[in-house]
Design a binder for this molecule. Structure first.
Ligand code: B12
Ligand code: SF4
Ligand code: SF4
Length: 307
């Protein structure tokens, strides 16, 4: 069954697939508790909720035996004009990756259910996820043998690097499991040294200091102390990933038609962003992940990076 699942994942277009035994993540629960108590989550209060579900997939979806994890490369081939406000590459696609991956997950699940029966998944609960559910996706990807969690706190996968989305399908059957991948960061600290806001500490991230949090998730304006350090990023941040030697070695641009970019991201000069109207924003970024930040926030971020 595990061979069928992995083959189907690749056929559907995912770049890697691994499987881990579903169990309570006790060590991670301790880590998460300390992380939350220190306030690292900032205003992302949703991370405080569903603690038991978040740290144990068998509580999240009763009957779960196995965690099937898939990766999708999102690295981009093109780059933005030098002076233009930077948009992190996860958000370059015309169609928001959540939508793309959800449709791929639906196909993936249909194949599994067709082959192994409707009881392969618990359809009374939502059991496939990308990004938004209370489940520790990076940890499950690591446990499923797909990579290790780097000091920048992102999953690094062999032959892909860290520019990859993670998605999960919870399955009710015992399967053959992959071996968790050991850490390969060694003594390197490039990401920690390069982070302009000193948001990284060991393997922990203070989200409040992270440019990604400040430019997308923080519904208020970017914190005053972070504004001078935005380093050209108007939405998200890729600095710690860009300096990582494993990305330099492995990251290749995706060839995925479903993630084809919004051309304006590569054509827009600084002035085009500065003069972008709400109406044009709505048309150009109609289905894009950039809409999550919203027009007002994006425009404000652009003003801030230009001083
Ligand atoms: C909240 C969130 C954010 C927040 C906080 C990030 C963070 N580091 O937690 C903000 C807004 C800052 C953010 C930014 C980004 N994000 Co984000 N984010 C999430 C989200 C929704 C939850 C993450 C979470 O639970 N954080 C809480 C912390 C404590 O958990 P954690 O870092 O995963 O750590 C757990 C384990 O790694 C483990 N662990 C880690 N270290 C240690 C050490 C020990 C000793 C132990 C025992 C355990 C342990 O324990 C922790 C759990 O308690 C996930 C999706 C998901 N459901 O997982 C996406 C996700 C992590 N984000 C993603 C992406 C792409 C990004 C950005 C690259 C986007 C961008 N370019 O701007 C940046 C990267 C910033 C960075 N350096 O991490 C991807 C990561 C893909 C990958 N290859 O790793 C995810 C998985 C979404 C997806 N489905 O693809 N993100
Ligand atoms: S995404 Fe940017 S701000 Fe956040 S930890 Fe990485 S380098 Fe620092
Ligand atoms: S830059 Fe170095 S320390 Fe940071 S994630 Fe990459 S290999 Fe690990």
């Amino acid at each position: 069954m595990h061979i069928f699942i992995k083959q189907k994942a690749l056929e559907i277009g995912f770049d890697a697939c691994g499987i881990a035994k579903a169990e309570s993540l006790d060590e991670d629960a301790a880590f998460l508790k300390t992380w939350l108590e220190a306030g690292n989550q900032g205003e992302m209060q949703y991370l405080e909720r569903n603690f038991e579900k978040r740290t144990n997939p068998t509580v999240l979806v009763p009957g779960t035996k196995s965690v099937v994890v898939v990766l999708l490369n999102y690295n981009t081939a093109q780059t933005q004009p030098l002076e233009a406000p930077r948009i992190a590459r996860y958000a370059h696609s015309a169609i928001d990756y959540h939508l793309v991956i959800k449709s791929m997950l639906a196909k993936f699940e249909a194949e599994i259910v067709h082959k192994f029966g409707a009881d392969s998944v618990n359809s009374e609960f939502q059991h496939s996820f990308v990004d938004s559910a209370p489940i520790l996706e990076r940890r499950w990807a690591q446990r499923a043998g797909l990579g290790w969690i780097g000091k920048h706190t992102q999953l690094i996968a062999p032959n892909i690097g860290s520019y990859c989305f993670i998605a999960i399908l919870l399955v009710n059957k015992e399967l053959e499991y992959d071996k968790p991948m050991p850490d390969q960061c060694g003594r390197c600290t490039r990401c920690i040294d390069a982070c302009p806001t000193i948001a990284l500490n060991g393997r922990s991230l203070d989200a409040r200091k992270c440019i990604s949090y400040q430019t997308i998730e923080n519904k208020k304006s970017v914190d005053e102390n972070i504004r001078p350090k935005l380093s050209g990023f108007a939405l998200g941040c890729d600095i710690c990933a860009e300096v990582c030697p494993w990305n330099k070695k492995w990251a290749i641009p995706h060839q995925n038609e479903l993630l084809k970019p919004v051309n304006e991201i590569y054509n827009f000069q600084k002035v085009d962003w500065q003069t972008l109207s709400q109406e044009k924003f709505g048309i150009i970024f109609k289905n894009s992940a950039i809409k999550r930040a919203g027009f007002e926030k994006l425009k404000e971020n652009i003003l801030m990076i230009n001083g």
